[in-house]
Ligand binder design. Structure first.
Ligand SMILES: [Zn+2]
Ligand SMILES: [Zn+2]
Length: 72
């Protein structure tokens, strides 16, 4: 559960082509760890940390979400 992909699957993808822009959601790790509500056996709701491939960058660790339409 530590690997990252070279490319997100979109071809061509201008974001995968660059290595100088780190995904701001996962900070380049290509994984993120959100917390989800979880009800345990006694009915108490707690938060559970899960780990899953970063959807924002397609598990590449590279920024894939331009803030605006204009790329500098
Ligand atoms: Zn890509
Ligand atoms: Zn990411």
């Amino acid at each position: 559960m530590n690997g990252k992909r070279e490319r997100c699957g979109n071809v061509p993808c201008e974001w995968c082509d660059r290595d100088d822009w780190t995904c701001r959601i996962c900070l380049g790790s290509a994984w993120w760890e959100p917390e989800r509500p979880y009800r345990d056996a006694s009915g108490v709701i707690t938060w559970e940390r899960v780990r899953e491939p970063c959807r924002m960058c397609g598990n590449t660790g590279k920024e894939h979400n331009p803030l605006t339409g204009s790329v500098v």
